[in-house]
Ligand binder design. Sequence first.
Ligand code: 4AD
Ligand code: MG
Length: 482
Amino acid sequence: MKYHAEIASLLQTSCIMSIKHLLLSPPIGTNITVKGWVRTFRSNRFIAINDGSTLANLQCVVNFEKEDENELKRITTGSCLSITGQLVESQGKGQTVEIIVDSFEVLGDAPVDDYPLQPKKHSLEFLREIAHLRPRTNTFSAVFRVRHALSFAIHNYFNKEGFVNWHSPIITGSDAEGAGEMFRVSTLPASGGDPAEDFFGKETHLTVSGQLEGELGALALGKIYTFGPTFRAENSNTTRHLAEFWMVEPEMAFHDLNMNMDLAEDFLKYCLRYILDNCREDLAFLDSRFAEEQKGKPQNERAEQGLIEKLEFVANNDFVRLSYTEAIEILKNSKPNKKRKFKYRIEEWGADLQSEHERFLVEKHFKAPVVLYDYPASIKAFYMRLNEDGKTVRAMDILFPGIGEIVGGSQREERYDILKEKVAAVGIPEEELWWYLETRKFGTCVHSGFGLGFERLVQFSTGMGNIRDVIPFPRTPGSANF
Ligand code: 4AD
Ligand code: MG
């Protein structure tokens, strides 16, 4: 702060300051310039300007008697201004400091009749239709600042733990994962053609997960993590699915499933602690938004905890760990199962868990995050480590309140012969995965990893009900605007 003020006085001019910095330690008495977008203009005198650096607007007081009337008319909600003046302690209520405007310049007009974002409550659905402008609202700017902070926290965490950031490819030549339907990448004409004539000389797709290539990294560098976009062409129109989403995938040599679960829990808590410590203002705003939204819901659908309360709870308490088999027993004997309230009734061991079951365990039964492990091999991917019982695999899913599955991971099958058999059993041609199999042939070892759906973490952290509202430009079935 001092630095800015000194430079400004040295240069005998004003400096541009972000509102965030300016409010942190206000250089009272100095001449400063702020640039941003007008939120409101009241009484031809009070401009509330926001530059996106923080939730808070800065009040700028303009003396309308000395300004050109036509220029004043250009100060409208949404217009972009550069304002210069002295920062003073505010006389009015609602702010500690304000700028007494010396001069202002309209950098960009926003005609009142056209500008769709007026200072009133807009629905999230409407704002989704104007995704190019919605970051200018309090809600979305707060969400995207928290998203940034989480992304930063993730890199911080893995860096401090000695992981190497590993970039798995986006374009892949195999459907090794089998995690979902894939998008084809091709330069062939729309009418199709011979894959051998295609750009890469074979069929290629957008990746559904960076895991398999991540394993190659871990079996050389020890601990790696990916953090990149992944793509799934599933036709699931839910509040938890995107066709393009960001995934964080750590992969560690010499880690068994227990170490994997420990790491995942520690990692998630670190991220939540980070935003609790660094995004107080945005979280406080999102907390009250969340509380307001809950009021509009029927009693039995309301969240039991406030947003910040929930984040503190998850950051400070142990996750519940139980095996799939134990979970099935609980679910089989649960009230909604007996009363046929579940859409998918749990009849027997082996059933795939639906989100209604996951949410029952987390929100009703345990009222805490739950880590489920040792799933039936039949409902999990081929690369997961087979247990001695021959029917379960060393898989784990982490289930969060209000979200359901936020993390999916496993210990990997490191035994060459068994992996080869499993590859054959799911019908993947060995030629497609020869490179993956070779890591088991040459210097194999116990290793594990998991994938965190980044948007689901942002959803959980911000209390936003729909995943489309935590990524700037969501891609979902039938929708790829902007
Ligand atoms: O459970 P998934 O499919 O696991 C994998 O892809 C493994 N290869 C991860 C690994 O072990 N390295 O996906 C991981 C997570 C899910 O738990 C969920 O949070 C998120 O990714 N996810 C999605 N998020 C948004 N939209 C979708 N369509 C998602 N599908 C999965
Ligand atoms: Mg999963």
